[in-house]
Design a protein around this ligand. Structure first.
Ligand code: HEM
Length: 419
């Protein structure tokens, strides 16, 4: 996907939007700092959103769900083209957000049921499988001649995908299919596609949604020991959730449940290996890994921006916001705001308040899968620290991030090692 290039300066040399380019993710941090300092609540007419960059303002918006609704969180940033729309209609695509774009009281009702299915028992059952999967993938990479690997493709891509497919009860041999569908979902919702470019993605979304419907129907028939099985049993026991809502949860989880965690594992290794003294510290003492994971989430979150809509005339940080306004909350910026985090631009696994980051949002929509994401990142770091303590980044300068409004994911993390 190629975003429309936006010049950084006007003809007279003034910075445009303080260098902020909504879809460009290689290094958004200097622009975030400029926005926080000079224009913390800025209207960006290129996307039609009010862009909010300071920690306190963002947290306050997340907290006030009565004024700022999440109903636009899954809306396509670029309007759906006529052909893509037709393909989706003909294909029976009626998916709606599982939770993140639903609002109370519907959100409260579905979240209550869904939260019961995210049990510690399921996490406990998953941890040995996650570890075995990490070990197998790492051993395969390390055995490859030439001592070169890509931590995204060789490790981070598969681990959370297998986990979420197992949790849901979907076919774990179809990793590439689910990844393809997820890429289409990210591109169709948060990307900058032309009408023409949307067409193949529309076909993918039709397939993706019909698989979610099939999973629910299958769970009714076979009563599997999986999260969908649990939801179907809860429904039979009187919990208020429909088949369409369960399928919508699958549609959400089969995306949210791996895409962001692939990025977290990639970022954790990328950032730690580019701070070798901190990498050595966790190799020497793996009990420091959970704190390091929180610092990675602060310093380099998988989701750098999330959306809300103003339900009435209001204000953010003293700036008047009209009813109906779309708002983009830059968590990637909030997480480096010096008013909350000392030396916010520095990566420091000893930071005492790293856990105050907003990488998982805040308030009633706070990420339901945060513990599962952190568990997988912890296990991945533990095993890499144990099996490949001498891992090094092969070429940091080459690390690029895909274009997207919200998701900031490294395309590859090339590494090398000594035997
Ligand atoms: C590093 C990994 C992850 C990150 C950075 C992340 C981030 C987020 C963010 C920013 C939100 C929106 C919060 C808000 O609107 O206030 C969210 C919501 C959600 N996430 Fe995650 N997430 C991650 C992993 C996961 C995983 C592994 C799962 C499931 C297995 C998951 C399931 C969900 C669900 C269901 C919601 C909607 C919650 C609601 O609206 O009530 N996420 N996540």
């Amino acid at each position: 996907m190629t975003p429309t290039p936006t010049p950084d300066r006007t003809a007279t040399g003034c910075p445009v939007h303080h260098g902020y380019r909504p879809f460009a993710q290689d290094d958004p941090f200097p622009a975030y700092a400029a926005l926080r300092a000079e224009d913390p609540v800025m209207y960006d007419e290129r996307i039609g959103y009010w862009v909010v960059s300071r920690y306190d303002d963002i947290k306050a918006v997340f907290e006030d769900w009565k004024t700022f609704s999440s109903e636009n969180a899954q809306a396509p940033v670029r309007e759906r083209g006529p052909q893509a729309g037709q393909i989706m209609e003909d294909g029976g695509f009626t998916a709606y957000s599982g939770l993140s774009a639903r609002i109370p009281p519907e959100h409260t009702r579905i979240r209550k049921v869904a939260a019961k299915a995210f049990t510690p028992r399921r996490y406990k059952m998953l941890e040995p499988q996650i570890r075995a999967n990490v070990v197998q993938l790492l051993d395969t990479m390390l055995a490859r001649p030439g001592r070169r690997g890509d931590l995204v493709r060789d490790l981070a891509y598969d681990v959370p995908t297998v986990t979420i497919l197992t949790l849901i009860g979907a076919d774990v041999t179809k990793i590439d299919t689910f990844k393809r569908w997820s890429d289409s979902r990210a591109a169709m919702t948060w990307g900058d596609l032309t009408d023409e470019e949307q067409i193949p993605h529309a076909h993918n979304l039709v397939e993706y949604w019909s698989e979610c419907r099939r999973l629910v129907a299958h769970a009714h028939e076979t009563q599997p020991d999986s999260l969908v099985g649990d939801l179907v049993r809860m429904q039979a026991g009187g919990d208020p959730i429909s088949d369409h809502e369960i399928a919508s949860l699958c549609y959400s989880l089969l995306f949210a449940g791996h895409e962001t965690t692939t990025t977290l594992i990639s970022n954790a290794l990328r950032v730690l290996l580019s701070h070798p003294e901190q990498w050595r510290a966790i190799v020497a003492d793996p009990s420091r890994i959970p704190a390091a994971v929180d610092e990675v989430l602060r310093y380099s979150p998988s989701i750098v921006a999330w959306r809300r809509r103003a339900l009435r005339d209001t204000e953010i940080g003293g700036v008047a916001i009209p009813e109906g306004a779309d708002i983009l909350l830059l968590m990637g910026s909030a997480n480096r705001d010096e008013s909350r985090f000392d030396q916010g631009e520095q990566f420091d696994i000893d930071r005492p308040n790293a856990r105050e980051h907003l990488a998982f949002g805040y308030g009633i929509h706070y990420c339901l899968g945060n513990m599962l994401a952190k568990l997988q990142a912890r296990v991945a770091l533990e095993e890499v620290a144990r099996r490949a303590p001498n891992l090094r980044l092969a070429d940091t300068a080459d690390i690029r991030f895909g274009d997207n409004l919200s998701f900031r994911a490294p395309v590859a993390v090339p590494v090398t090692w000594e035997d």
